[in-house]
Design a protein around this ligand. Sequence first.
Ligand SMILES: NC(=O)c1ccc[n+]([C@@H]2O[C@H](COP(=O)([O-])OP(=O)(O)OC[C@H]3O[C@@H](n4cnc5c(N)ncnc54)[C@H](OP(=O)(O)O)[C@@H]3O)[C@@H](O)[C@H]2O)c1
Length: 268
Amino acid sequence: MRKVFDMLRLDGKVALITGARQGLGYDIACALAEAGATIVISSRNEESVKSVAKEISEAYGIKTYTVALDQKDYLSVQNAVDYVLKTTGRIDILVNNAGGGSGASEGYIVDRDPLAIKNMIDINLTGMLYCSKAVAKHMIDRGSGKIINLGSIAGVVGRDRAMYYKAKKMQQPIDYAAAKGGVISATRDLAGLLSPSGICVNSISPGGFDKGELSPEFVRLYSEETPLGRMGKIGEDIKGIALLLASDAGNYITGQNILVDGGFSIWK
Ligand SMILES: NC(=O)c1ccc[n+]([C@@H]2O[C@H](COP(=O)([O-])OP(=O)(O)OC[C@H]3O[C@@H](n4cnc5c(N)ncnc54)[C@H](OP(=O)(O)O)[C@@H]3O)[C@@H](O)[C@H]2O)c1
């Protein structure tokens, strides 16, 4: 019988994590590196992730690579995946982390720039589909693989607008919720499609994580609405589930959306 801690090891595996310069993607990269995986970090500006890759390599004693990838552009994605396959020979784990919330533009739908709406969907939903398409053939040919998509609490429950208003936070665009809802549905359907090829596809939907840029008032209000009484902790709270889904310990989990939200969704 295999020991569970052995099943969580990722030695010999290669993980491509999109947009892992900081935030949740960085934490996931660290978690998979700690388990022994070779890590490939993508960025639209490859130079900007070189030092992060070096730091992770030194901290965990594993190999890291970087690659340029803009997931709004399919050719860029395909080139990045081809480069990774040529360089490392394999991609066992794809973490579709790149994406993002509100951006700098006005979120209120009446005033929102239609191009900002399209951009949001392109980055968060189409980008995830592009990356999954580009690695799928390789994973199908090998008969194994793990795809982990970053959804969001916003793709599961509606946002409490009063909370944002009280904290004087910018209006949150509904196209983000639409894109992340799409990521969660696509995860389920892709899991069904790829299961016969031995590929597991799951999404992680974080609740609000405090990356240090939120006002104390917003953190207080959000924490009050969260059963565990706090926002997600950078450096800790996303790592365990990412490792479970990436490793053999999660081999019987597919098509699921795992909420990492301190219980935020249970009162909604
Ligand atoms: N933070 C939260 O509270 C929270 C909550 C729920 C869900 N999420 C989701 O979790 C994921 C990570 O969140 P985060 O807050 O840690 O993200 P973040 O710090 O904003 O980083 C997102 C990364 O996405 C990359 N990116 C943006 N546009 C891209 C494009 N067109 N092509 C390729 N890469 C692109 C950026 O990389 P470069 O600038 O290096 O290209 C950036 O480093 C996102 O999908 C987010 O929607 C976050």
